[in-house]
Design a protein around this ligand. Structure first.
Ligand SMILES: [Fe+2]
Ligand SMILES: [Fe+2]
Length: 244
């Protein structure tokens, strides 16, 4: 999303204009309890007055959130991190983001399928795919947090004294195969949404959903890269160098 050509926010900007040009900011509206979908014609001033929020503070909040989004996520040098440090980073960054974001994506996709599914047959499949992906990713992250990452941390300190059920290669293979499934489902989301591109008549929730899915895809690619290409090969190499 480019913010270069987007005009500055004022109290007179409508919620509809704002979400159409900066769809990822819809997340903030949800947090503030502002209805940007049915209430899209309201100005920011009116929406803030209704919720008892100060409009100047809200605009400052939206501007700084928009600037942070435009700058993109601060990327770390995964290869330079220790294994425990990288596992901690993955949990606090990517897993924390997904735990907050997946329920929101499921809810929006279900809402859009219910509202517009009659005129776009792809929307029910989109909602079902988002639901499957969210369930798989939630289960997947739990396995990493409860089983694999603690083992990786132990391997780094040399404290891993065997792993019930075989070597660390087994859970790693399982996680890699789950990453492939998530990648396939995400590619299907991209196909079903023409590359996350909204139609000219897409409603605000639909735009917020597509922007959220595009962001999810980009986060998933960075997340899986850190695990498949950095954390897992290094953990395997270290485990292989330790006495059985
Ligand atoms: Fe992960
Ligand atoms: Fe993973």
């Amino acid at each position: 999303m480019s913010s270069v050509l987007v005009s500055p926010l004022t109290p007179e900007t409508t919620l509809g204009e704002l979400v159409a040009t900066r769809p990822l900011l819809a997340r903030l509206f949800e947090r503030l309890g502002i209805d940007y979908c049915c209430g899209g014609k309201q100005t920011l001033a009116a929406a803030c007055a209704r919720r008892g929020l100060d409009v100047t503070t809200t605009i400052a909040l939206l501007d700084s959130a928009g600037a942070a989004l435009a700058a993109g996520p601060a990327e770390v040098d995964a290869a330079a991190m220790g294994l425990a440090e990288l596992a901690d980073h993955i949990e606090t960054t990517h897993h924390t983001y997904l735990k907050a974001e997946l329920p929101r994506l499921v809810e929006m996709a279900g809402h859009i399928a219910g509202k517009h599914g009659w005129r776009d047959a792809r929307l029910p499949e989109l909602a079902a795919t988002v639901r499957t992906l969210a369930a798989e990713m939630t289960d997947h992250m739990r396995k990493e947090e409860v089983i694999l990452f603690p083992l990786v941390r132990q391997i780094e300190t040399g404290a891993a004294d065997g792993f019930p059920g075989g070597s660390i290669a087994n859970p790693i293979r399982q996680m890699e195969s789950e990453h492939e499934s998530a990648g396939r489902l995400t590619a299907r989301l991209r196909e079903l949404t023409d590359g996350f591109t909204p139609n000219a008549d897409a409603c605000n929730t639909h735009r917020a959903l597509l922007a959220g899915l595009a962001e999810f895809e980009s986060d998933l690619h960075r997340h899986v890269h850190k695990e498949n290409n950095v954390l897992f090969p290094r953990a395997l190499k270290l485990a292989a160098a330790q006495p059985a």
